[in-house]
Design a protein around this ligand. Structure first.
Ligand code: UQ1
Length: 473
């Protein structure tokens, strides 16, 4: 009977996964109600169209061709189109000098030896449709009072509306000795899945590890993108050594944070899971130096606060500290921590009404994940377009939805989903217990999401769980 129920649940989830991948969510008018007549809207648009795109003044300028930038640029374009007011080719531009776009959630899969890093890389230009321009440059400063962005090299680009989505900076240099240890391809036993360059080195090290010395997996104190990834790779390595290589090993998760995960329910589950797997842990221990095969940690809390602890390792997986880009930090757009200071609900800048932000660079007090973008981008697009058309920000409110699909081993994944206030907001919660790892979610994340990402999400045609339950703005 229990098996029957499990089979029925699996059947329902499999059905839902099919729906997820087969629905082509053409922007439904019900999601984006037109609030004014087309002619009125055209007049308002003309008010903002200060000069043609070819002179370098764009109606909507998007900083960053990453997950947030691509989703936002396309959703703004698609939204106008759905209202019968197609923007001219080049009215929207994306500023990015990167020749590539990487599906970064895939790097855990690469580090686990289950895919190559090339599978998750595309030429950036191939993801930017012809009607959206690409400015090949790197933003270096903002002049929001003049509606201008300054690029490296001094070029000034004007805009009517600005979307800031350049991501965050990985601060390798905050850990002494880390950069050189990572760069060393052979002798060093140090790697990270947080970089295209070393994601595959991670699996090389895991494969070569024969239990000689402790395997240490670190997480820094402070925000990092995909905050579950530091422990995901520990579980995937554990699973490889236990089930595939069948080698003896001893591994430890050493984190600068006080708990396994920010959301307390999932944190409890993950801590139990970690203990069951026999992975040791040290909390409030922040990696500060890598010296040969010695890792130095600073203790951040408790009786030993401020003390340094040294640990020898046979393998070290580092999650480097991360933070806002310095050029954003010193700009008028930044909050005290350097994030782009936007309203947590509307995604509009708190001081400059024609500036919006989403993703890792934003001050949104939620997890920095690709899944969060699925909920942020439609809110941003609706509110920005409404402002272009009426001079008032729209009424769409982001609830903080973010998700962390946590690989807990080969063939199992815990789908953590939550919103502001760390309240769980589970898509499949009425069908399955999302506080337990599940094989269907493993395949959804490993096999289906990457395809959905490149075919739909980067084109502004994917709304995550909202694809099934469309938002009502
Ligand atoms: C999602 O939509 C998505 O985009 C393709 C992901 O990949 C980056 C995700 O990891 C998650 C969790 C979602 C959310 C969607 C559902 C159906 C839970």
């Amino acid at each position: 009977m229990a098996t029957m129920t499990m089979m029925a649940k699996r059947f329902v989830i499999a059905g839902l996964l099919c729906i997820c991948t087969s629905i082509r969510p053409s922007i439904r008018p019900s999601i984006y109600p037109s609030t004014m007549s087309a002619s009125k809207a055209a007049q308002n648009l003309a008010r903002f169209a200060t000069s043609s795109a070819s002179t370098g003044n764009y109606k909507v300028l998007v900083i960053g061709g990453g997950t947030g930038g691509l989703a936002a640029a396309n959703q703004v374009y698609n939204l106008f189109k759905s209202q019968g007011q197609t923007l001219a080719s080049g009215d929207i531009a994306i500023v990015d000098s990167n020749p590539h776009h990487d599906y970064q959630p895939g790097w855990t899969v690469v580090g686990s030896g289950l895919a190559t890093k090339e599978e998750f890389r595309r030429p950036l230009a191939s993801l930017i449709p012809g009607h959206i321009a690409q400015v090949h440059g790197r933003a270096a400063a903002f002049e929001p009072h003049n509606n201008r962005v300054i690029l490296e090299g001094g070029l000034r680009v004007g805009y009517d509306y600005l979307v800031v989505a350049p991501g965050l900076e990985i601060k390798y240099d905050k850990i002494k000795g880390l950069s050189s240890a990572l760069a060393d391809p052979s002798s060093s036993k140090v790697s990270t899945i947080y970089s295209y360059d070393t994601a595959d080195k991670t699996f090389d090290l895991i494969k070569a590890h024969r239990g000689k010395g402790e395997a240490i997996f670190t997480q820094p104190f402070g925000p990092v993108k995909c905050a579950g990834a530091p422990q995901k790779i520990a579980y995937m390595a554990d699973s490889y050594w236990k089930d595939v290589a069948k080698t003896p090993y001893h591994s430890t998760f050493v984190t600068g944070m006080p708990t396994m995960f920010g959301q307390p329910d999932y944190s409890k589950v993950l801590n139990t899971l970690r203990q069951e797997k026999g992975i040791d842990a040290a909390f409030n221990h922040n990696l500060v130096e890598v010296r040969g095969q010695t890792a130095v940690f600073e203790v951040l809390a408790g009786d030993n606060k401020g003390k340094k602890v040294e640990k020898q390792f046979g393998l070290l997986h580092v999650t480097p500290p991360m933070g806002a880009f310095e050029w954003i930090k010193k700009s008028p757009l930044a909050d005290a921590a350097g994030w782009v200071d936007v309203d947590a609900g509307t995604l509009q800048h708190k001081k400059f009404e024609n500036v919006f932000s989403l993703g890792d660079a934003s001050s949104l007090p939620t997890s920095k994940t690709a899944a969060a973008i699925t909920a942020e981008a439609p809110v941003l697009a609706h509110n920005l377009v409404h402002h272009m058309q009426t001079g008032q920000v729209g009424n769409a409110i982001y609830d903080g939805y973010a998700s962390c699909p946590l690989f807990t081993g080969r063939g199992e994944l815990l789908l953590a989903e939550f919103k502001y206030g760390l309240e769980r907001k589970e898509t499949f919660g009425s069908l399955v217990d999302q506080s337990k790892p599940n094989r269907a979610f493993y395949h959804l994340t490993k096999d289906i999401f990457p395809r959905t990402y490149f075919s739909k999400m980067t084109q502004g045609e994917w709304f995550g769980p909202r694809t099934i339950f469309p938002p009502q703005f």
